[in-house]
Design a protein around this ligand. Structure first.
Ligand code: ATP
Ligand code: MG
Ligand code: MG
Ligand code: MG
Length: 576
């Protein structure tokens, strides 16, 4: 229950010039947020914003609790030691993401970081009391302020240096158990963002600095999004551009179906490979495929071309081929990379792999700047055809772009859209639990690192994404589930006693019926109140004006059609 006459309430006619994004402008103009001392990325949440955040928080908590996750609260001020244990202190301090501080002067002073994310803190909490597989699985989450020294804090709540995140961390004894929770989180996130009225997509994503094996981002579609997603509705496929794959799409270059490569012993240069396929070098360089072939008479694989990370340029590629020249992989190595036994590969069997090189340090391949180990290998089987090796259509592992064919639905093309990351779920595996010794005894009594998942939602970013998607010329259009108030009650003229009294009475009735009601009892003109109500985006407006003499009130849906006049006695039923 809130009366505007006794509230600290302000709206601005114009948004400050530095605000570019619609959500930033509207949240400032409508008095939801204020920058602290004009500092980029630091915002105070006013009373209206706090109500929105609480509603978002409630939805997030309900969906998390429904999966069996438990809410906790971890420290924001984190000793450097735990970050050194996980190996992330250097990464996060060198790139400047983490705000660091000391608790004193001189050698004795201890170093701390303000939590940009909480894997370390949660691992430290759990390891002290985790003993047996019988305690697993469990999932702890928190809703809390995070600190990140973003290089480009902008768009208001979209990218703050202090912002609210829901972050959850699950612990498991088996990969199957992790998978199960991951799927449950995928569903929970889908529910959350739906309930908040967002237009979003779940996309396959890179795991980034957090690390781990599998990850999905939940992206709100909007033009100011800093991420690009590629999707194909026909195939139900969507991925962040960093992760997206496509079929090599130039039908003239590759042929519309499979294409054949004659297995010639020796290594082709990029130029030779381009000439052989009849495509420009740029195409080969762009679609760097690492195809290992066996010549019939030669047990050694012949490397035809190579596809690696997206940052590769022609010179790097040539260097890489030079590397390969001096170090041919053996059959055993190849077999290991593509995950089959030596001897299985050969002319009568599937014989080649398309090997994805990971951006990882060398493991199986020495002297090779970007090597791959078995975990990182992706392979596509090929067969001997009449003209030699027939590769399945080659997926473009790193350089997919809009217009490319989707690898899951042939004739369908990938489309691109801009997205804002609302949430991110990861399978971390033992990435943190191993270095931080979060161990449990398995059924055989052996100590194992717990397998982890982690799951984040940008709680304060989310309402900004909603505003991006849901506004008009007059202001914000909140979905009712997260609007600060569901209804604003406007006595058109509080100097008219009948209006004031009827408003007070209806206010009490609505509030008692559990409807979040804002009473605009300010001694302002009705037009001013309407403008403010539209700007702050309250979904329903009930006006008590002159028609009250005839026993009527006016109900208007924000962003909907004309106002309706209904008898005061029926107003509550209509509103419900
Ligand atoms: P981004 O790609 O936008 O920088 P991120 O991948 O660094 O986000 P995560 O580490 O995955 O973010 O954190 C989980 C969630 O926290 C994100 O999905 C996003 O919604 C939110 N988030 C991250 N950084 C910010 C920020 N600076 N301001 C507001 N919300 C943020
Ligand atoms: Mg980031
Ligand atoms: Mg991201
Ligand atoms: Mg992320």
């Amino acid at each position: 229950m809130t009366r505007l006459s006794s509230s600290f309430f302000f709206t601005l006619r114009e948004a400050p010039a530095e605000a570019v994004a619609v959500s930033h402008k509207l949240l400032l103009r409508a008095g939801y947020i204020r920058p602290l001392a004009g500092t980029a990325g630091l915002y105070a949440y006013g009373p209206l914003m706090q109500r929105v955040l609480q509603k978002v928080g409630r939805i997030v908590r309900e969906e998390m609790d429904a999966t069996g996750a438990q809410e906790a609260l971890f420290c924001q001020l984190q000793p450097a030691e735990i970050w050194k244990e996980s190996g992330r202190w250097t990464v996060y301090t060198q790139d400047g993401t983490m705000f660091t501080l000391k608790d004193g002067q001189g050698e004795q002073a201890r170093e701390y970081g303000l939590g940009p994310t909480h894997e370390e803190a949660v691992c430290d909490f759990v390891r002290a009391s985790l003993n047996s597989y019988k305690q697993l699985p469990f999932h702890l989450y928190q809703v809390q302020t995070k600190f990140r020294n973003e290089k480009r804090p902008r768009f208001g709540l979209m990218r703050g240096r202090e912002f609210i995140m829901k972050d959850g961390y699950s612990f498991h004894a088996t990969p199957e158990s992790l998978d199960e929770t991951y799927r449950a989180m995928y569903r929970a996130y889908t529910n959350m963002f739906r309930r908040c009225g967002l237009d979003f997509r779940a996309v396959e994503a890179d795991s980034g600095a957090i690390g781990g094996s599998g990850s999905h981002e939940f992206m709100a579609l909007c033009d100011i999004g800093e991420d690009t997603i590629l999707y194909c509705d026909a195939a139900g496929y969507a991925a962040n551009v960093e992760k997206a794959v496509s079929l090599v799409s130039d039908p003239e270059a590759i042929g519309s179906g499979s294409y054949a490569v004659k297995p010639t012993p020796g290594i082709r240069t990029v130029e030779q490979q381009a000439a052989m396929l009849g495509v420009p070098i740029s195409r080969i360089v762009k679609n760097i495929v690492y195809v290992a072939l066996y010549a019939e008479a030669d047990p050694r694989p012949v490397l035809v071309s190579i596809r690696g990370d997206r940052h590769i340029n022609e010179t790097k590629l040539k260097n890489r081929l030079d590397c390969l020249d001096v170090r041919l992989a053996t059959e055993v190595e190849l077999a290991a990379w593509v995950g089959v036994k030596p001897g299985f590969v050969g002319p009568d069997a599937p014989i080649a792999g398309v090997i994805r090189l990971a951006d990882r340090s060398v493991d199986g391949l020495t002297d090779f700047s970007t090597g791959c180990n078995q975990d990182d290998v992706q392979c596509v089987w090929a067969n001997w055809g009449e003209n030699g090796l027939v590769l399945p259509e080659v997926t473009d592992l790193d350089t997919a772009q809009a217009g490319d064919r989707c690898h899951l639905a042939p004739e369908a093309a990938l489309q691109s859209a801009r997205g804002v990351e609302l949430g991110h779920i990861f399978k971390l595996g033992a990435k943190y639990s191993r270095p931080m010794q979060v161990l449990f005894a398995d059924e055989a009594g052996e100590l194992q690192p717990a397998l982890m998942g982690c799951y984040g939602v940008g709680v304060s970013r989310l309402p900004a994404a909603v505003v991006e998607q849901s506004h008009d010329n007059d202001g914000i259009l909140w979905p009712i589930a997260i609007a600060p108030y569901q209804l604003v009650l406007v006595p058109a003229n509080v100097a008219v006693e009948a209006q004031r009294q009827a408003a007070e009475e209806l206010y009490r009735t609505l509030s008692a019926a559990g409807i979040d009601t804002l009473l605009d009892d300010r001694p302002e003109r009705a037009g001013v109140k309407f403008k403010d109500a539209d700007l702050i985006g309250i979904p329903l407006r009930v006006t008590l004006g002159r028609d009250l003499e005839a026993g009527l009130v006016e109900i208007k849906v924000r962003g909907g059609g004309e106002a309706q006049k209904v008898p005061l006695a029926e107003a509550l039923a209509q509103i419900k």
